[in-house]
Ligand binder design. Structure first.
Ligand code: PGA
Length: 245
């Protein structure tokens, strides 16, 4: 399977910047690696149209666990799919930290996404304090257990895991390839325990200050199947470099 790079644009870019990005990116993109983009929800439809010809999938950065109803201000996964959305990032550390999302909240959202035929990109990762206290694997194991509770093997094929150590996000500090691989191997093992067939195939992405100058070493690790990228995904030139172009 090709390596997968997902651009997480967070709350950035005006429409004109979105259009400029696609123009530049599509000019240089060879599909050597898969490239997906998660813009702000208001730009999903435009990105889906612009990305279609190069098979660039479009995602949201959060969604509701409900598909419709009286939930003012929420993003319906069903309506998102209807306008061309493909995947949703769930449980990003910024959502966990600023919006108090728990792994159980993530679990309900993912069940809805998988039922609706969408891809869920589930983020897990430890804080600096937790790493220093040697709690990394306990935290990851707990986030996986609660987040994936009651998901059947049959429904799991649209699941992607992103390991994002919180201390590496937007800080310029990256986990070393060895540190990242250790956690990825642990996640792989946990996934295989839960999903005997799918566990081996499940894509496990690394996120946290992935840049053109460290991406090759990270992607060379056995259990790192791609990257979830914030800062370095905002410029087409940098994202092209991450995608191997
Ligand atoms: P970063 O963000 O690449 O800017 O560290 C990664 C993320 O938040 O997904």
């Amino acid at each position: 399977m090709k390596k997968l790079l997902i651009a997480n644009w967070k709350m950035n870019k005006k429409m004109s910047e979105v259009v400029d990005f696609f123009y530049d990116f599509k000019n240089g993109y060879s599909k050597k690696r898969e490239a997906w983009v998660a813009p702000q929800a208001i730009h999903v439809q435009k990105c889906s149209e612009l990305g279609y010809s190069k098979d660039i999938k479009t995602g949201a950065q959060n969604c509701s666990e409900h598909v419709d109803g009286a939930f003012t201000g929420e993003l319906s996964p069903r309506s998102f799919k209807d306008i061309g959305g493909d995947f949703v990032i769930i449980g990003h550390s910024e959502r966990r930290q600023y919006f108090k999302e728990s792994s159980s909240d993530c679990n309900r959202k993912m069940k809805t996404l998988l039922r609706e035929g969408l891809v869920a990109v589930y983020c897990v990762g430890e804080t600096l304090q937790q790493r220093e206290d040697k709690e990394t694997l306990t935290i990851i194991s707990d986030q996986l257990a609660r987040g994936l509770e009651d998901l059947s093997e049959a429904s799991s094929s649209n699941l992607i895991i992103a390991y994002e150590p919180v201390w590496a996000i937007g800080t310029g500090k990256t986990a070393s390839p060895k540190e990242a691989q250790e956690v990825h191997a642990f996640i792989r093992q946990e996934m295989k325990k839960r999903f005997p067939d799918f566990g081996d195939k499940c894509r496990i992405l690394y996120g946290g200050s992935v840049k053109p100058d460290n991406v090759e070493e990270l992607l060379a690790q056995k259990d790192i199947d791609g990257g979830l990228v914030g800062g370095a995904s905002l410029k087409a030139k940098d994202f092209l470099a991450l995608c191997g172009d």
